[in-house]
Design a protein around this ligand. Structure first.
Ligand code: ATP
Length: 239
């Protein structure tokens, strides 16, 4: 579904991503693991069209089976192709209600009935958001804002959902809930690219994982294999 070939990302003099290549097969959960500053966010922001200075290829095959290089395309073009991103942290609009935030995720669509159906679907995934539909986004707890960011990404009805650290700062109970929901979204047919610092949970859920260190991929393999890998255990799973 998505193939990255030799991707480089630069911020002025900083070479943040150094020629990485990776593959996200349709229907799978793929995770990118790495320490702070490894280049995980830069990679998914490049796919989403949010990075100005990047080179290489990001080859996306849409549901119609057409492959094209989306590197350098606008975020709107990329969302219309079926790729959505739930950003790191609390990047929801604090002065808008939960419902308004969700509707923003559907800005490229004009099928009113479909939007209502998907809204209902998001509320069934996250009952907590339904209870708070009229509450301002900024007054939600951190975990609820995280859920809202994921829900908003789903509202564009994407084929590929990218999540940047959806479990960041969540209490253990909520972390479990978020990973259960990732599994469920995938079981409903969506391909998932997950960026995480919670290596244990991410490797458990992922079909395939890539480990990034200072802008390069140093290791990759099925999630369950990497969970047993001594180097991964030592560096990412607390020994
Ligand atoms: P984290 O887990 O801390 O979010 P990350 O793996 O997602 O880290 P990136 O956010 O991709 O890492 O950052 C990779 C490198 O690029 C870091 O050294 C960071 O300081 C740098 N960087 C990221 N965004 C910018 C920017 N807008 N301007 C300058 N440097 C940046």
């Amino acid at each position: 579904m998505l193939k990255i070939e030799e991707l480089h990302v630069y911020y002025g003099g900083i070479h943040a991503v150094k020629g990485i290549s990776l593959h996200i097969p349709k229907g799978k959960i793929v995770t990118l693991i790495g320490a702070n500053g490894a280049g995980k966010s830069s990679t998914i922001r490049s796919i989403a069209g949010l990075v100005r200075s990047a080179k290489g290829k990001i080859l996306y095959t849409s549901n119609e089976g057409v492959e094209e290089n989306i590197l350098g395309k606008t975020p709107e073009f990329i969302v219309k192709k079926g790729i959505a991103m739930s950003p790191e942290g609390r990047r929801i609009l604090p002065h808008l209600t939960v419902e308004e935030n969700l509707l923003l995720g559907a800005y490229i669509r004009d099928d009113k009935e479909g939007i209502e159906k998907d809204m209902d679907h998001v509320y069934s995934l996250f009952p907590r958001l339904r209870e708070r539909a009229w509450q301002k986004g900024g007054t939600l707890s951190g975990g609820e804002q995280q859920m809202l960011a994921v829900g908003r990404a789903l509202m564009s009805r994407p084929d590929l959902v990218m999540m940047d650290e959806p479990s960041l700062g969540l209490a253990p109970m909520l972390v479990k809930e978020v990973f259960d929901i990732i599994r469920e979204i995938n079981a409903q047919g969506k391909t998932v690219l997950l960026v995480e610092q919670n290596a244990f949970a991410a490797l458990k859920v992922a079909h395939h994982a890539y480990i990034l260190e200072v802008g390069s991929i140093v290791l990759s393999g099925p999630g369950e294999d990497l969970l047993k890998n001594p180097r991964v255990k030592e560096a990412y799973l607390g020994g």
